[in-house]
Design a protein around this ligand. Structure first.
Ligand SMILES: Nc1nc2c(ncn2[C@@H]2O[C@H](COP(=O)(O)OP(=O)(O)OP(=O)(O)O)[C@@H](O)[C@H]2O)c(=O)[nH]1
Ligand SMILES: [Mg+2]
Ligand SMILES: [Zn+2]
Length: 293
């Protein structure tokens, strides 16, 4: 019996890598199906030459993409083409927090900004640096590449971000032998439920990384609007001082978060986006919430 990590799943065939980096193409034991166990990419497993025999307990798991044991999500945001969006950034951050996974904010395509634009963006993002790591990067000039290599070391990383943000380009620039398709991959993979389930993680420095098809639209089908407050570490920190225990910071009186927006301690744009997302979640009709978790 051997121990290893699942690094790829295509059409029911799992590729497992052991500590010596040998690869095995195997299937799970048939009995898994009856026990409702479905191994995921990222899982640590015991296996022999034919089968996955058992799956170790997961630290966490994502389901879009289906990946287990994720250490951190690299949230890729393009600074231009498509333009930087704070609303999208805040949505992704909340979603990643909801999975209890650490987000790293990566701002890409900085080669497309002039000095003044970059300075402006950095100053707007400086608030986020109190709560998250923020890195700046260009796949064209490789500016910032060292920080990305350092932060991904020995970790299981997943890329996330809007379609066209530059996720695949980031991997290709750092690891040219990957030769991932850029700019077109989303057409093949981005249609949600009915697309081929193809998930792979790549070796990246001393760690692993997963590319993902980007989203053109993010939806919070999985939780209620009044949970959103838990996924804002910067609001949560002060919520003890709100008059109401379950304050959503939207309409309740004597809300500490709203007071801090007035004093400028919390940027108004971050708060306004919070209210926008809150209302968006509220508007999702229950019957449209996903059931296929
Ligand atoms: N100038 C510049 N262009 C970039 C950079 N990174 C990516 N691009 C371009 O942006 C486009 C989209 O890049 P992709 O890497 O395919 O984006 P993606 O996030 O993988 O997109 P999806 O797979 O659709 O989610 C491509 O045309 C890239 O050449 C960058 O740092 N600078
Ligand atoms: Mg891509
Ligand atoms: Zn409040």
């Amino acid at each position: 019996m051997k121990k290893g990590r699942i690094i790829k799943l295509v059409a029911g065939i799992y590729t497992v890598q052991d500590d010596e980096k040998n690869l095995y193409k195997i299937r799970p034991l048939g009995v898994f199906r009856y026990r409702n166990i479905s191994p995921k990419v990222g899982d640590i497993v015991d296996f022999d030459n034919d089968n996955i025999l058992s799956v170790y307990e997961r630290v966490n798991e994502l389901y879009r993409p289906m990946i287990a044991n994720v250490d951190q999500v690299l949230l890729v945001n393009s600074s231009k083409e498509p333009n930087f969006s704070f609303l999208l950034l805040d949505k992704f951050l909340a979603m990643i927090e909801a999975f209890s996974i650490d987000p790293i904010i990566i701002v890409t395509k900085i080669d497309l900004l002039d000095e003044e634009e970059l300075h402006e963006l950095k100053s707007q993002l400086s608030y986020y640096e109190k709560y998250f790591k923020v890195l700046y990067y260009s796949s064209k000039t490789l500016e910032g590449v060292d920080e990305i290599l350092k932060i991904t070391e020995n970790k299981m990383n997943v890329l996330a971000g809007q379609t066209g943000a530059g996720k695949s380009s980031l991997l290709n620039a750092i690891n040219p032998e990957l030769n991932l398709k850029t700019n077109e991959i989303s057409k093949a993979l981005g249609r949600g439920k009915h697309t081929t389930r193809y998930v792979e993680i790549y070796e990246f420095g001393s760690g692993f990384i997963a590319d993902t098809p980007g989203f053109s639209k993010l939806e919070f089908e999985d939780f209620e609007s009044d949970q959103l407050k838990y996924y804002y570490p910067d609001f949560f920190k002060f919520s003890e001082k709100c008059k109401f225990n379950e304050c959503t910071h939207v309409h309740e009186p004597k809300c500490e978060v709203r007071r801090l927006v007035e004093t400028g301690e919390i940027p108004r744009f971050r708060y306004d986006n919070y209210v926008t997302i809150f209302n968006e979640i509220k508007a999702i009709k229950p019957k449209y919430r996903r059931e296929d978790k």
